[in-house]
Ligand binder design. Structure first.
Ligand code: C2E
Ligand code: CA
Ligand code: CA
Length: 398
């Protein structure tokens, strides 16, 4: 088993001793400790990285909240586990803050520390690590010339994440997500390269590479008897460009993939300030026969206006609502309303970020029909996706 480094942040000496001793007995790896936020920052800066911070919140001196805020930009924290007796409502708000800081929240153990619960979370952490692209520290972030070289060398790869029916898990399509298979760093997620690409107008080079890979896959799957709908993400800058729809038309014709098998996802926030030409591109894509999804619905400003004006064929409900569903009754109400809204508009609703069976069951109760999430499948490379389609088809026949 691979070694882990755990940092225990706990001000109460006896609690800390019990926790550290219990962890040292079972954990392969290092157990670090700190009595307040300042000490934890010093420990963190003296080591390469910490896999899990086991974090109490209330303490004298720099408390857990301030520590997380200070430490979040270090890029050295793999995940956070809360271990606090604070009121549950405040702990929920802390979880929201952890997400906002860009940290990975692993679980809330409450107090006193329970080794069994922690071991379960370690198991989840290991599963996440093996399935998630590597996180680089800020010092390692790729530069503009790294990204250019990656594009020249064709190192960017389309990964595919299935969209399925919530009840029967039937495959209804897949979203194309960019991954960079870097010769030195391994597989990197978009967070590591999209900002540089967007800043330096390289996003459309990425798009055309992924679009051609996706169309190639659709041709191969079609030859095997599977017609799969693929959804490609578009950035705002691409929409404000006259050649986009012309080139898409040309490539669809060349590959003989029907336009109805292709969808484009646009985040709602990018539409708020979209110029007329972007709106024209959207209309043209629909005229061509392609689908149009409003992505991350509910995450930004309210975009009901745009939804009613523009020819969307799908809404993708932001995954924040599913995450908060259990703890915030209001999230469930928003999901129910989104289901009703999509129905009234005659378009489909895909619920993003479904990770557990409990969420799946609840979403079915709330009227959801389509979903995407780690529970069903993570984004996967082309060869795995071809196997996935073949398995699904086999299941359908049996
Ligand atoms: P998105 O379009 O909202 O894509 C869904 C993201 O949620 C993906 O992250 C996916 O891996 C992740 N995800 C899926 N299911 C779950 C789940 O159950 N739980 C959790 N926690 N996450 C889940 P990814 O691949 O890191 O992409 C992040 C964002 O980067 C995407 O968000 C999209 O906005 C952007 N992106 C990815 N590929 C491209 C691309 O080719 N072009 C453009 N313009 N943007 C892209
Ligand atoms: Ca998307
Ligand atoms: Ca989304």
């Amino acid at each position: 088993m691979q070694n882990l480094t755990v940092l225990v942040l706990e001000d109460e000496p006896f609690q800390r001793l019990v926790t550290v001793t219990a962890l040292e007995k079972v954990l392969p790896g290092r157990v670090l400790q700190a009595a307040d936020g300042h000490e934890a920052i010093a420990v963190l800066s003296a080591c390469d990285a910490v896999d899990i911070v086991l974090c109490d919140l209330k303490m004298a001196g720099m408390d857990g909240l301030a520590f997380l805020r200070h430490a979040s930009s270090s890029g050295k924290i793999g995940a956070v586990v809360l271990c606090s007796e604070l009121d549950p409502v405040l702990r929920q708000a802390t979880v929201a803050m952890i997400h906002c800081l860009g940290l990975t929240f692993l679980g809330d153990l409450g107090k006193p520390f329970k080794l069994e619960g922690f071991s379960q979370l370690v198991k989840c952490y290991r599963e996440q690590c093996s399935a998630t692209p590597r996180r680089l520290s800020p010092a390692e972030l790729p530069t503009l010339s790294d990204v250019r070289q990656g594009l020249d060398n064709g190192e960017f790869e389309a990964y595919y994440q299935p969209k399925v029916t919530l009840a029967g898990q039937l495959l209804v399509g897949a979203e194309v997500l960019a991954r960079w298979t870097h010769p030195q760093w391994g597989v990197l997620s978009p967070a590591h390269f999209l900002p540089v690409m967007e800043e330096h107008n390289l996003i459309s080079r990425l798009f055309w590479q992924l679009f051609e890979q996706g169309l190639g896959l659709q041709q191969r799957l079609s030859a095997q008897g599977h017609e799969i709908n693929l959804a490609f993400n578009l950035s705002p800058a691409q929409l404000d460009c006259g050649v986009l729809t012309e080139r898409i038309t040309l490539l669809l014709k060349r590959s003989q993939v029907p336009a109805t098998s292709v969808m484009f996802e646009i985040t709602e926030s990018c539409l708020m300030s979209a110029p007329a030409r972007s709106l024209e591109s959207l209309v043209r894509l629909r005229m061509l026969g392609c689908g149009l999804a409003m992505d991350d619905f509910g995450a930004g400003y309210s975009s009901l206006d745009r939804l009613s004006e523009l020819p969307f064929s799908q809404i993708k409900l932001d995954r924040a609502f599913v995450r908060k569903m259990q703890s915030q009754p209001k999230s469930a109400a928003i999901i129910t309303c989104s289901v009703a809204l999509a129905k009234a508009l005659g378009i489909s609703l895909v619920i993003e970020g479904v990770e557990t069976v409990e969420q799946q069951v609840r979403l079915i109760e709330l009227g959801g029909t389509l979903a995407q999430g780690y529970l069903f499948a993570r984004p996967m490379p082309e060869s795995h996706f071809i196997d996935f389609c073949a398995q699904r088809a086999g299941r359908g026949r049996s």
